[in-house]
Design a protein around this ligand. Structure first.
Ligand code: NAD
Length: 499
């Protein structure tokens, strides 16, 4: 059995805890590797190595740190196919989608090439008589990131690239479900010239996470994953005095106005609802058509599109739309939720429950499901399904659609389809959701903007990537300086006002 260990102090090492997790090929359902689950001692060793290496890295010119990012970007491009293949094999998503996963992380590395500019401080000449004032942004020291299974390339890069470009040492605890790509990323960083110890990848589960949360030398923790774990990590990390940002689950609504181009809206819903088998935090899981006529037309257009979706393994060629879900437990949870929707009285317009993938009968496949007449009290509305299931909640008016979205506890992404600028502008301005699409179903901001949800989808006050990441991974120091030529005054006892 292939064994996956850790990347500590610049090299791959075996785990020593004696505990392992199973890594599946979701398309076949077979265990393809076992991954070491780190003990507290292994986390401590990674932190010690990171702490020893970090001061020298922080003192390295920012343009030299940026050059490591430049080479890293080149290496990502050169190794794109290999990365995508490893990613799809453990995650199950299609190869083009896996390349997109790498690409959206690569773009954050590209943004980080601008670190010298982004880290520039502020300066006030003559803030007082003969007094200058300046502020600088300094690295925090050792920081950590804990990431989910669904984007095993992109989300680790969202975290590690800005942290490292700022001069920190970074401990990555990736998802134990698909640990290979994060280790490959660490090797590529090393090849790009990153000194030993600046990036550590420690595989593990709750024990490793708790060791990170308790370690006094870890100054900041960035998390992405489900909301209950986000809340746990936010509470524990803050209580331990760390800087913490946690991004959680989602239930993203797309409102379809009567004036929308209904073919465009149906295409958008199918791509955003079923791409990556619905395992995206920005997937649209709830369609909200406004008015009965809009709803009837939308459902009529959705049914053939959903029925004709091509499901298959990542090796199935370019016409596969989506692959299996991540685990058998996930497959069962999704199918149970679909059952609960049927029991609760929602209309299952496309029923994917009986789907079997020929030749891959043990794979974790779920057929595409489309529900109509879902109501907010049903579990299929309240729970994040994280599978290929699209629910339709009919709204009587625009106001009802906006209220539904606003009252949902999650606030990651949302979208509106309309031809009316006034409605779109009102929606974007009033909605209490962090990322909004106007005729764009998955409004994931680009690397130079920031990514973050509201309400139960995000905890902490700065977003991921973009300028916020450079604020999150640094702290400000402000210096007030004067160079008096001899003592001119005696002691001062009032607060200086610099008049
Ligand atoms: P998850 O919460 O199960 O796991 C995320 C990380 O937390 C993993 O590294 C895992 O090892 C660790 N973890 C799991 N259980 C833990 C526990 N009890 N204590 C401490 N650590 C624990 O999430 P997942 O299933 O890997 O990912 C899917 C979830 O992530 C979905 O809810 C999705 O919406 C969310 N997500 C959110 C965003 C965002 O930016 N908001 C992006 C991607 C995914």
């Amino acid at each position: 059995m292939h064994e996956i260990g850790h990347f500590i102090d610049g090299r791959r090492i075996d785990g020593t805890s004696g505990r392992f997790g199973e890594v599946y090929n979701p398309a076949t359902g077979e265990v393809q590797a076992r991954v070491a689950l780190a003990s507290t001692d292994e986390i401590n060793a990674a932190v010690a190595s990171a702490g020893a290496a970090q001061p020298k890295w922080a003192a390295t010119n920012p343009q030299r740190r940026a050059r490591v990012m430049m080479r890293f970007v080149e290496l990502l491009n050169t190794n794109m196919d290999k990365l995508a293949e490893a990613l799809s094999r453990e995650h199950g998503k299609t190869l083009p989608d896996a390349k997109g996963d790498v690409q959206r992380g690569l773009e954050v590395a590209e943004f980080c090439i601008g670190a010298p500019h982004l880290l520039k401080g502020e300066y006030t000449d003559s803030a007082g008589p003969g007094i200058d004032m300046f502020s600088m942004r300094q690295a925090l020291g050792v920081v950590a990131g804990i990431t989910p299974f669904n984007f095993p390339a992109m989300i680790p890069m969202w975290k590690m690239c800005p942290a490292i470009a700022c001069g920190n040492a970074f401990i990555l605890k990736p998802s134990e479900r698909d640990p290979t790509v994060p280790l490959m990323l660490a090797e590529l960083m090393q090849e790009a010239g990153l000194p030993d110890g600046i990036l550590q990848v420690v595989n593990g589960d709750k024990e490793a996470v708790d060791a990170i949360l308790h370690h006094p030398e870890i100054m900041a923790v960035g998390f992405v994953g489900s909301t209950p774990i986000a809340e746990y990590i936010y509470a524990k990390g803050c209580a331990a005095g760390k800087r913490v940002q946690c991004f959680g689950g989602a239930k993203n609504h797309m409102i379809i106005m009567p004036d929308a181009d209904m073919d465009q809206a149906a295409d958008a819903l199918v791509g955003a609802g079923f791409g990556a088998a619905g395992e995206r935090c920005m997937a649209i899981s709830v369609a909200v058509p406004v008015g009965e006529a809009t709803a009837d037309l939308l459902i009529e257009k959705l049914i053939p599109r959903v029925e004709s979706l091509k499901i298959g393994p990542y090796t199935g060629g370019n016409d596969v739309d989506f692959g299996p879900v991540i685990t058998r437990a996930s497959q069962k949870r999704i199918l149970d939720l679909v059952e609960s929707g049927v029991r609760a009285g929602a209309e299952l317009k496309v029923d994917g429950r009986g789907f079997r993938m020929q030749g891959y009968e043990d794979g974790f496949f779920v057929g595409a499901c489309l529900f109509d007449r879902v109501t907010p009290d049903m579990d299929i509305y309240r729970e994040e399904i994280f599978g290929p299931v699209l629910s339709t909640v009919r709204a009587a008016s625009y106001q009802d659609a906006i209220d539904l979205t606003m009252n949902n506890p999650y606030g990651n992404g949302t979208a509106i389809y309309t031809r009316d600028g006034d409605t779109a502008r009102d929606f974007a301005s009033r909605i209490n959701v962090g990322m909004v699409g106007v005729n764009v179903p998955i409004p994931v901001p680009l690397a130079y903007h920031t990514f973050g949800g509201w309400k139960k989808s995000g905890f902490g006050d700065l977003n991921q990537h973009g300028p916020d990441a450079f604020r999150f991974y640094t702290r400000t120091k402000t210096v007030t300086a004067r160079w008096p030529s001899g003592i001119k005054e005696g002691a001062a006892f009032s607060i200086p006002t610099m008049d």
